[in-house]
Design a protein around this ligand. Structure first.
Ligand code: NOJ
Length: 743
């Protein structure tokens, strides 16, 4: 072809693409945000009601994730009353609903389908708190990648995850959904999850939009009670609670969900300071904001507005783009616009953001892009996905105790397998298990069996209740065995949303069962499955070994068997402190010094008269089948100028006889600040494999960012002076080196 002909063809293709709207360039419009030119074109054709429809999200009747189910969602689609649906998945169902939207509505605008894909769609991974215990960012990203791949293959475009709420209160059932108590670890995990869900980018057929939630401060509800008030200083909020949301936004999360709680007296869903000043103006968030379930209406009960119409006005004016399930926008927003209570500009901006997401997803080019049934069949629960789940699951297990090296088990030992979770599948997928089916799970008993381990089995007792009639049988098989493995814990529904507890004990008679078994004199290995830090004083005395296994999901039995047999050397570390008693809650590692720091020999210092201050198991704690020894850390310079980077090195030796992974943790303390500073703060970690008998030098780089905080005048930055840099294998056992920052 001649050069001129090539140019002509190119010109024709480009013009056609322009007419059909396939041009990738975006126009700049309101608020400095850049939108696809097709957004503007479509917006110009929309009635106010159609715009409000795009700002509305309803659930289908396929799932109940809140108190009310609005009926008639198919009619809502037809009438253009909603632009997005949740709790709708599978290619068949989403195709059916999408067809109504694109064929039966005036403007043929496709729907977005969302779902709570929190730790897997069908292949269920460990609960997020469990995965956080892996301290393995690549594995966590992979878990979200698999979840995104399966969800998008099942017709979904959007997951309501990651949940990045920092929480120090294990009474709160939703700690299971987050990354635990630490801000820095929470930031890194938030980024990994966003990257995992969104893959190579929205619009790829294997990616879903992430939704950072619950913005903001939801993990700090008073008394650990779900949906409760949140009140704290702005300094505390910015230092500890806000950073993971910011990290997730900056990692490119497409959407943000508001939280149920208020912050500083204003419900998050109507909080302009949070939604506009911080989220959009400080952090530059360009995606759309959705409320949590009916949280617009709930502002009436919060007592900040008189009715749902005012609630909608407060929300949209604060910066909420999409109303989940309140129907407040649909019912009242047009009237509010007509009355001048809500500027048209606010509506247009919200709709632009939502339409832009639909263009980014590629739904205008092909609304059925995610409805490929063949792909769905091939992708979901694939061998590769199960293998990834097994990998993350075994990395998430934390070895809390291992007296006389009772673990790993020896293949020749006779094992008595006991406990309500030993042969159970129904609980293994935990809370928020999306489309997970417990029948796809491998139970602990099955896992051991398929590894060739013969066991005798007795249930012993239920997860709750007072019935001890099964104890006798359990003791009988225990006596005939060499070692007892007992699997106990919480019911899956005891953690998650609306599942706060005042007691953190093991429910029912489970702890008594372990004591009875220990009475046989045989070593007892306890496998715990639960959604939060628990308190189990008797167990610590009676068990020889304790494995914290959370809810591991589909591959539970295989992962646990790998660890029990030593095929995998445990490497998990707690992402939350485990208290000695409920009375200590909240107990966390990064507390401040106070004017009367803890001194067990002086009554007049900050302490209890009936308990030490320290938790039972500190943040970052976890044993291995090998041991690690840390040398004193060294720095490349003990004095450095503000802004200069600093290298800190430590030599870690594997002093045992097995290869093992260690999570080397770096904490800092700013000794004197213009405001009180925590006694330690995690600022880095590396998970490294160290072969038996060998050493590794671990190097951390500290920049000004790690030394910065909100200073007395609320500016963010570092202050010259002395810092302790502390390195170790958990937050309580650290070796330190002092450095000085000069102006
Ligand atoms: C309420 C929960 O707080 C939120 O996390 C979830 O995404 C929505 N319900 C939708 O199910």
């Amino acid at each position: 072809m001649k050069k001129t002909h090539i140019l002509l063809v190119l010109f024709a293709v480009v013009s056609m693409a322009g007419i059909m709207g396939f041009v990738l360039n975006k126009d700049a419009t309101a608020n400095g945000t850049t939108f696809d030119p097709r957004v503007e074109k479509l917006l110009a054709q929309m009635t106010l009601e159609e715009k409000i429809g795009q700002m509305t999200l309803y659930t289908t009747d396929w799932g109940s994730t809140g108190p009310t189910i609005r009926e008639g969602y198919k009619n809502d689609i037809r009438k253009g009353n909603c632009g997005a649906l949740f709790n709708s998945h599978t290619t068949a169902f989403t195709r059916e609903l999408q067809r109504i939207a694109v064929e039966e509505t005036r403007l043929h605008i496709p729907l977005i389908f969302g779902y709570d894909v929190i730790h897997g769609y069908k292949t269920i991974f460990p609960i997020p708190l469990g995965e956080a215990a892996s301290w393995d960012l690549a594995a966590i990203e992979k878990s979200a990648r698999v979840a995104g791949t399966e969800a998008s293959a099942a017709g979904l475009h959007w997951t309501f995850a990651p949940m990045v709420d920092v929480s120090r209160d294990p009474r709160w059932g939703r700690v299971m959904e987050g990354a635990g108590e630490d801000t820095w670890l929470g930031c890194r995990i938030a980024e990994a999850r966003v990257r995992g869900f969104q893959g190579k980018g929205i619009g790829q057929t294997d990616a879903v939009m992430a939704c950072v939630k619950h913005y903001a401060g939801y993990g700090a509800g008073t008394a650990g009670r779900d949906y409760n008030t949140v009140d704290m200083s702005e300094r505390f909020f910015r230092d500890y609670y806000l950073p993971p949301y910011e990290a997730a936004v900056k990692a490119g999360a497409a959407t943000v969900m508001t939280s149920f709680n208020d912050y500083d007296g204003v419900p998050a869903t109507g909080n302009k300071y949070l939604l506009t000043d911080i989220l959009r103006n400080e952090w530059g968030f360009k995606g759309f904001v959705v409320t949590d379930y009916t949280s617009i209406n709930e502002m009436v009960l919060h007592g900040v507005v008189a009715n749902e119409k005012e609630a909608g006005e407060l929300a949209v004016n604060a910066g909420v783009d999409m109303d989940m399930q309140s129907a407040a926008y649909q019912r009242f927003l047009a009237q509010s616009v007509k009355e001048g209570k809500v500027p048209m500009q606010a509506i247009d901006d919200a709709v632009r953001r939502i339409l832009q997401a639909k263009f980014d997803l590629g739904l205008f080019d092909d609304p059925y892009k995610f409805c490929d049934t063949d792909r769905e069949k091939k992708t979901i629960l694939s061998a590769e996905h199960r293998a990834a789940a097994r990998d993350v699951s075994r990395k998430s297990i934390v070895l809390l105790k291992n007296e006389r090296n009772v673990l790993p088990l020896n293949r020749n030992q006779k094992v008595a397998l006991i406990g309500p979770l030993a042969d159970n599948k129904t609980e293994l997928i935990g809370n928020w298990c999306a489309a997970g089916n417990f029948n796809d799970c491998v139970s602990l008993r099955e896992g051991l069996r398929s590894a060739g381990i013969q066991t005798t089995y007795a249930k012993g007792c239920e997860l709750d209740g007072h019935d001890k009639s099964g104890f006798a049988e359990a003791v009988k098989i225990a006596k005939a065995a060499d070692v007892i493995v007992v699997a106990i814990g919480e019911k899956a529904q005891m953690s998650g949303e609306a599942a706060s507890r005042t007691e953190l004990n093991l429910p029912g008679v489970q702890e008594e069962l372990v004591q009875e078994l220990a009475g046989t004199g045989k070593p007892v290995v306890v496998v715990l499955m639960n959604g939060r830090p628990l308190v189990f004083p008797q167990l610590i005395g009676s068990a020889s070994a304790i494995l914290e296994a959370w809810w591991l999901g589909t591959e539970t039995g295989n992962a646990l068997t790998d660890v029990l047999l030593g095929e995998y050397n445990p490497s998990g570390k707690l992402p939350m402190s485990f208290p000695r008693s409920v009375g200590q809650v909240p107990v966390f590692y990064n507390e401040k010094s106070t004017g009367r720091p803890y001194d067990p020999n002086s009554k007049w210092t900050t302490q209890y008269i009936d308990s030490p201050n320290s938790p039972q198991y500190p943040f970052g704690f976890g044993l291995s089948y090998t041991t690690f020894e840390y040398d004193e850390p060294k720095v490349n310079r003990t004095t450095f100028k503000k802004g200069q980077t600093l290298q800190v090195l430590v030599n870690v030796k594997n002093t045992g006889s097995r290869d093992g992974e260690e999570v080397v943790q770096l904490y800092i303390r700013d000794l004197i600040g213009s405001v009180t500073r925590p006694v330690k703060e995690l600022k880095g970690f590396q998970k490294v494999m160290i072969p038996a008998g060998q050493s590794k030098e671990i190097r951390f780089t500290i920049t000004d960012q790690e030394l910065s905080f909100y200073r007395r005048d609320m500016s963010f930055g570092s202050e010259p002076g002395d810092f302790d840099l502390m390195i170790g294998g958990n937050s309580a056992e650290l070796k330190s080196v002092r450095v000085t920052m000069t102006e």
